[in-house]
Ligand binder design. Structure first.
Ligand SMILES: Nc1nc2c(c(=O)[nH]1)N[C@H]1C(S)=C(S)[C@@H](COP(=O)(O)OP(=O)(O)OC[C@H]3O[C@@H](n4cnc5c(=O)[nH]c(N)nc54)[C@H](O)[C@@H]3O)O[C@H]1N2
Ligand SMILES: Nc1nc2c(c(=O)[nH]1)N[C@H]1C(S)=C(S)[C@@H](COP(=O)(O)OP(=O)(O)OC[C@H]3O[C@@H](n4cnc5c(=O)[nH]c(N)nc54)[C@H](O)[C@@H]3O)O[C@H]1N2
Ligand code: SF4
Ligand SMILES: [Mo]
Length: 742
């Protein structure tokens, strides 16, 4: 007979932090174990929707390979260290580089999970402020930088990115996005495939424009195959038809829009007939789609990563919004709308770029001379800046939740460059392809050990909703949260000594500065708080946000406590028109045709006549992957090999590529071997590889991922290829040769 008293069972609610769907989970815990996990049907936002990754949080928490203590390199070996020791080692390494080479020798790389992490997202700004690093890199320039640039120029803020109001639209056009896998990006809405069904049920339509017939395309009403990198030409042809057939309707935004005539002029020679062969979309189809968008009671044209990580990223990203304006679908229900987050986020902070008027190229990268854009250098420059000797060479690199050895273009070159660093410090939870090169690894807490509340993602959420999650498990005592790690690293890189760093005083100063930026008097509110860190900031974000109580000025307004009291979240309703309230361009108008963007039209025109000689490679995602870092969880990698090259039968046959056989794929950047999957889901002439694989490296501590290694598609991405308007990497539409291996 069992006489032990069972540990009390407890139910916790928690938002999955892994992607923009923000699903609510219900966890039953017993002691330090999750005994049951279910979707939270009562969650006001996700209403019971989850994907297989959310269900894996307990395994992620329990993953024996997840780091729980700092690691310090001892020659070729690693040893676990105390936090004290680890910070002392960081101080020594950073101090040494500062003394020998000065500030310009230190740089940082900020990776994607930063945006999904409660501490990191709120404190990465403090890290940059304290360190004052002259050049930083991020996953942003292999992601949404083109959209940041186009929104900066059109609306006056790089983070005012409009999102399709899919829950109310009658016509959704998706270009270069696959919510079936990604669950939405720069678009937060749970169950997007369900939304496609609901659009159809209310008499509407969804069209997917993509070189691959994706899971989203399968669920949609129409798939339009397009040659990678030609979306800007397609969108200009749509504009051409709108003007030619007098379908342009600016509606009540006519008085705030500049540049309609410039768009008309630019589009004048991009007739459907002129672009048809380049895009490989019949002219009739383009004409019909333009008419459909114009005729729909409401329409939302939306572009995502396939439109950004490509040759004409900025032009295509801008034209997406232009089509919405021209058809009267901007800033109205069912069209493209701006989010209204309950907890204000970076789009409520001033744009530093506008302090002295917008300027790009305030500095140039040392080796290649690439112009700074929105404060960043292209990620594809990082390898050469580390490897090329001379004044300003990167000698110290701090990576924050990033795996650039896999995710950066020309990854092979970066992997060779990283060991040359005199100091590499990684804030990361795994010893992986990137962090294996570090001297110190500082792990953060598991998602179940920290609070959560999304702010960044709600900038493009389809409703004003929010949900606070308390930590499910208490962190091991003595372990710092990541905000404290960032604070210390930022201060060290900024030249302070460990003894000089007063965490409390610095955090108070940061809080006060952010309060002031929201028009709240910090001196009055600071005494209200006992604790420090991101939860105090979150309370400020909510209370000084659009629905907040403004510290008593608006009785009944929201505070963090309101969310503590509402474990299933709070929903403040659907989106509302906001364009006029937030427009921040120098002209006070929307710049549909900013000179920086329109200067690219001649390059696009030249593309129309450029023949494509080889196969074009594009990337893809899978529902059970998360970029490069979740392949260490068995349930997510089970089943047939997903790291395969998709090839259309018409391309496979003449090359003697058999389904399942190994192919050799070669680009100007490198060569990889990968199994082929022959499938008519590709349009002929285009092949597809997932990114985020290649876990067969020496020295990594990823037991499961190593057994499902796959290959790194970014070995093939030439670092020299960028969208010149944004510096964003071109990893889609790159020319490759494919042949049987052996
Ligand atoms: N060819 C090709 N390349 C691409 C893309 C593509 O479509 N095709 N997509 C690009 C895009 S959109 C992106 S965003 C980038 C992603 O590029 P990265 O951000 O560089 O890569 P991730 O794979 O997201 O790696 C995340 C890292 O963070 C760590 N991590 C996870 N959670 C946490 C946490 O809570 N705290 C800390 N400290 N660390 C954590 C993981 O261990 C891992 O090392 O890749 C880009 N690269
Ligand atoms: N499960 C899962 N979810 C994720 C991620 C993940 O790795 N796994 N990553 C997250 C991140 S960091 C991001 S940024 C988002 C990205 O979210 P999405 O933008 O939805 O990304 P993908 O699923 O890669 O879909 C991109 C599509 O663009 C197509 N494409 C490629 N080139 C072109 C082109 O030139 N033109 C057009 N029209 N289409 C093109 C590809 O075939 C692909 O179907 O997903 C996020 N969510
Ligand atoms: S879709 Fe999946 S990964 Fe994204 S938030 Fe929901 S459960 Fe998490
Ligand atoms: Mo991304």
């Amino acid at each position: 007979m069992d006489t032990t008293t069972p540990a009390a069972r407890d139910v916790r609610y928690r938002t999955c932090p892994l992607c923009e769907a923000m699903c609510g989970l219900e966890l039953e815990i017993e002691g330090d174990r999750v005994v049951r996990l279910r979707p939270d049907d009562a969650d006001v936002w996700s209403k019971g929707y989850v994907c297989p990754k959310g269900a894996i949080l307990p395994q992620l928490h329990a993953d024996p390979d997840r780091l729980r203590a700092p690691l310090i390199r001892d020659g070729e070996a690693w040893r676990e260290a105390t936090w004290d020791e680890a910070f002392r080692r960081c101080a020594e390494l950073l101090g040494g580089v500062l003394a020998r080479h000065g500030k310009t020798a230190i740089s940082a790389y900020i990776g994607n999970p930063t945006a999904h992490n409660f501490s990191l997202a709120r404190y990465v700004g403090l890290f940059m402020g304290l360190s004052q690093l002259p050049v930083i890199y991020s996953a942003g320039t292999v992601d949404q930088w083109p959209k940041n640039v186009s929104c900066m120029l059109m609306y006056g803020h790089m983070w005012w990115i409009p999102t399709p109001d899919v829950q109310r639209t009658q016509y959704w056009m998706i270009l270069g996005g696959n919510p079936q896998a990604s669950q939405g990006s720069l678009l937060a809405c749970p169950d997007l495939l369900g939304e496609i069904d609901r659009i159809r049920a209310r008499g509407g339509k969804t069209v997917v424009v993509d070189p691959r017939r994706t899971g989203t395309a399968d669920r949609a009403d129409e798939w339009v195959a397009i040659v990678p990198g030609t979306d800007a030409a397609f969108l200009l042809a749509i504009c051409n038809v709108l003007f030619a057939e007098s379908l342009v309707r600016l509606g009540d935004l006519a008085d705030v829009v500049n540049g309609v005539d410039e768009i008309r002029a630019a589009a004048s020679d991009f007739t459907p007939e002129r672009v048809a062969a380049t895009c490989r979309i019949p002219a009739d189809t383009i004409r019909r789609l333009a008419r459909e968008i114009a005729a729909a009671p409401s329409a939302a044209v939306y572009g995502r990563i396939g439109l950004c990580n490509q040759e004409f990223g900025t032009l295509a990203s801008a034209l997406v919004d232009v089509v919405n304006f021209l058809t009267g679908n901007f800033d109205r229900p069912g069209g493209l709308m701006f989010g209204k987050p309950i907890a204000w986020s970076v789009n409520s902070l001033p744009n530093p770029e506008f302090a002295s008027g917008l300027e790009f190229g305030r500095w140039k990268t040392r080796v290649r001379g690439a112009a700074e854009i929105l404060g960043q250098a292209p990620l594809s420059c990082m390898a050469e800046e580390i490897a090329t000797p001379g004044e300003g060479q990167i000698k110290a690199l701090i990576t924050i939740a990033g795996n650039p050895a896999i995710s950066a273009p020309d990854a092979g070159r970066l992997d060779e460059a990283l060991p040359q660093l005199e100091c590499m410090i990684s804030v990361d939870n795994y010893l992986n392809e990137t962090t294996r090169h570090a001297h110190v690894i500082l792990p953060g807490l598991s998602p179940l050990e920290q609070p959560h509340f999304d702010d960044l993602i709600t900038m493009w959420a389809v409703r004003s909703a929010g949900n606070y999650s308390a930590p499910v498990f208490p962190p091991v005592p003595g372990r710092p949260a990541e905000w404290e790690i960032l604070l210390k690293l930022g201060a060290l890189a900024g030249g302070m000594t460990l003894e000089q760093i007063d965490v409390g005083a610095i955090d108070d100063g940061y809080f006060a500065a952010l309060a002031m930026a929201q028009g709240v008097d910090a001196a009055t509110i600071l005494p209200l708080y006992e604790g420090r860190g991101p939860e105090r900031l979150l309370d400020l974000q909510i209370r000084s946000g659009p629905f907040g109580d403004r510290y008593g000025e608006r009785p009944g307004g929201l505070t963090l406590q309101s969310f503590v009291d509402a474990p299933h979240g709070i929903d403040m309703g659907p989106l509302v028109p906001r364009l006029r309230e937030l427009l921040a361009t120098p002209s006070g108008k929307v710049e549909l045709a900013h000179g920086h963007v329109m200067a690219d039209v001649p390059r696009l025109r030249a593309r129309l006549d450029r023949p494509v000689q080889r196969l074009l490679l594009v990337s893809r995602r899978h529902l059970r992957s998360n970029n490069s870092w979740m392949h260490n969880l068995e349930p997510l990698v089970r089943g047939r090999d997903r790291c395969t090259l998709l090839v259309h039968p018409d391309d496979a046959r003449p090359r003697s590529l058999a389904d399942g056989a190994l192919a050799r794929v070669t680009s100007e950047a490198g060569t990889i071997l990968v199994p082929v999957r022959v499938s008519d889901e590709m349009m002929p002439g285009v092949v597809s590889l997932p990114h985020g694989w290649g876990h067969d490296k020496d020295g990594i501590r990823l037991g499961v991922a190593r057994r499902h290694a796959g290959v790194n598609s970014n070995i093939l991405s030439p670092g020299r290829l960028v969208d010149p308007l944004s510096n964003n990497a071109v990893v889609n539409g790159i020319e490759v040769e494919v042949a049987p291996a052996g």
